[in-house]
Design a protein around this ligand. Structure first.
Ligand code: AKG
Ligand code: FE2
Length: 277
């Protein structure tokens, strides 16, 4: 589904000429939606991917799952797990690399965090019934907040687009968020809590939908009971933060390394080369 768009411009003061920085760009959201995202910490986009665009991502993920299955399920956990997590997706299939500049997500990231952003990662989570219970505990993605907050602490921001390749329902497992929790800088979710917590909001969305969340937002995925569930996490952060540490460095022979040999300044910036002074 396309949403209303508007133009936005940022000037980067004292800008160094090697910065890519678009001066004006079109944001795939209304000013009200951005305001609401800032307050609630999440933004739902139903059926952003449809038809072939959705099938391409599903097929690419199915192939990758088949290729990496043994590695992830050699010693299956006994009673509970998150399912399988595949990492460095942009290095492994050109269909995933296409998401690097996917405007419905990237333009919103630039509108919320400034024009200088970089990829934090593209990861997949696949969960399926008939094995151990597959669900996630309450967690957040940014885990580096100091307590108490030092006067000049830089609050890290990231946006993770949760891209659902299957319907989210009670068979596959809805996702839950706590609206406003991204702004809580004085606490974190208790360890290994899987149950409902106060003020949680349960989201059920059709395949192809995207739920964008601030990296500090409290969230969990409910159990996958009856039907396989596939999702991707496309994350961005300001250029001066680092990419996700999970899964180690990008594969040396991956597609992003190949792209970096011959690409525009914007791609370099998005892949973590430059974009800061
Ligand atoms: O599967 C979901 O809905 C969310 C997964 C998640 O939060 C994660 O992998 O970090
Ligand atoms: Fe998560």
């Amino acid at each position: 589904m396309t949403s209303a768009r508007h133009k936005i411009s940022y000037e980067v003061l004292n800008r160094h000429e090697t910065l890519h920085t678009p001066t004006e760009f079109e944001v795939h959201a209304t000013p009200e939606e951005l305001q609401d995202f800032a307050t609630s910490g999440y933004l739902v986009r139903e059926r952003l991917f449809q038809g072939e665009a959705l099938t391409r991502l599903q097929d690419a993920l199915d192939s990758l799952e088949a290729a990496e299955w043994d590695r992830h399920r050699k010693n299956p956990p006994k009673d509970r797990s998150w399912g399988i997590i595949l990492r460095h997706l942009m290095d492994k299939d050109p269909g995933f690399l296409e998401l690097l500049k996917y405007q419905p997500v990237l333009s919103v990231c630039r509108a919320m965090m400034g024009p200088l952003v970089r990829l934090r990662g593209l990861t997949a989570r696949i969960s399926f019934p008939g094995a151990e219970v597959q669900e996630t505990n309450w967690h957040q993605h940014m885990r580096v907040i100091s307590k108490p907050l030092p006067p000049w602490f830089s609050q890290p921001h990231a946006i993770d687009a949760l891209i659902y390749l299957d319907d989210l329902n009670d068979d596959t497992g809805p996702v839950c968020v706590v609206p406003g929790s991204h702004a809580w800088l004085d606490r974190h979710p208790d360890h290994q809590v899987f149950e409902s917590i106060e003020d949680e909001k349960i989201l059920r969305v059709p395949a192809g939908s995207v739920v964008m969340i601030h990296g500090n937002l409290w969230h969990r995925a409910m159990p996958t009971l009856n039907k396989k569930r596939r999702m991707l996490i496309l994350g961005y952060t300001p250029t001066w933060l680092r990419k996700s540490p999970h899964g180690g460095p990008s594969p040396a022979d991956g597609l992003t390394q190949e792209l970096l040999q011959n690409c525009d300044e914007e791609s370099k910036e998005l892949l973590g080369i430059g974009g800061y002074s």
